[in-house]
Design a protein around this ligand. Structure first.
Ligand SMILES: Nc1ncnc2c1ncn2[C@@H]1O[C@H](COP(=O)(O)OP(=O)(O)OP(=O)(O)O)[C@@H](O)[C@H]1O
Ligand SMILES: [Mg+2]
Length: 251
């Protein structure tokens, strides 16, 4: 009986949106005045999709993404992860949640040069103290193979192209199988070919019915890869391909 209830709860959590933002605002003090960088933004991210959030430099993309990953606190608003409100969680609880639910990929892949590809991927698990479980090692190899890096398991980062290094970062971000993968300009340091491979990879990963991939960028060349395109300007959503113009649903 109890296990049935637990199972139902797990199912309900998995079918809820990975993340929902309600009225998210963020103010920064710029030395003279408090400036509102995000302006009470509402956004619901759906699993099984690659959502691209685009906007010009300074529009608030990184601020938004770091709030979604609990690396930065909003000044106002509420955050729900898989239907559960987490806004008032302590920083320790948020750190645990981040580890379980969120993967990050940044513009420059940050790999430790002295460690092999596989050790870079296992590093976060190793830092958690215990020896790395066999299942995690197996998953790392499986993901490397899936992302076309089977021959590079024991290579050093500098033996890889930038695009390959970025794919290693993606594997590392996925090691805990998070429902939410957050990527900040993951292709802007890459040439067109590597960029297409990385975008294809992210697109493929977003097909997983329990996973959402969110990518922020100012580069319109990545738009064709999006299942959903959200444009922000000056800290507010000005367009959402799910809804047409913001506030004017198409149905
Ligand atoms: N820690 C901070 N302190 C003060 N102001 C900040 C801080 N972080 C960001 N800002 C300001 O908030 C605004 C939005 O910054 P953000 O980095 O989110 O933009 P962005 O859309 O990611 O830009 P880019 O495309 O250049 O990466 C900018 O005007 C920036 O100066
Ligand atoms: Mg940015």
């Amino acid at each position: 009986m109890i296990s049935e209830i637990v199972e139902q709860r797990i199912k309900a959590a998995e079918s809820a949106p990975p993340i929902q933002l309600e009225g998210i605002a963020r103010d920064f003090f710029d030395g003279k005045v408090l400036r509102r960088v995000l302006k009470k933004l509402d956004l619901e991210i759906f699993a099984g999709e690659l959502t691209i959030i685009a906007g010009p430099s300074g529009s608030g993309k990184t601020t938004l993404l770091t709030i979604m990953g609990f690396l930065l606190q909003p000044s106002e608003g509420r955050i729900f992860i898989q239907g559960r409100e987490v806004t008032r969680f302590s920083s320790n609880r948020l750190a645990t949640l981040r580890m379980q639910k969120i993967g990050f990929v940044f513009q420059q892949s940050v790999l430790v040069p002295a460690l092999t590809v596989i050790d870079n991927i296992l590093l976060p698990s190793a830092i958690q103290g215990r020896s790395v479980p066999r299942a995690v090692k197996a998953r790392a190899r499986e993901l490397l193979e899936m992302l076309g890096l089977r021959d590079y398991v024991d290579a050093m980062p500098q033996q890889l192209s930038l695009g390959q290094q970025q794919r290693v970062s993606i594997v590392r971000a996925l090691i805990n199988d998070p429902p939410l993968l957050l990527c900040d300009e993951p292709t802007s340091a890459l040439d067109a070919e590597s960029s297409a491979i990385v975008l294809d990879t992210l697109k493929r990963l977003s097909l997983e019915p329990t996973r959402a991939v969110v990518l922020v960028t100012h580069d319109p060349r990545v738009f064709p890869f999006a299942d959903r395109l959200v444009k922000i300007e000056d800290g507010a959503v000005i367009y959402d391909s799910r809804q047409g113009r913001q506030g004017v649903p198409t149905s």
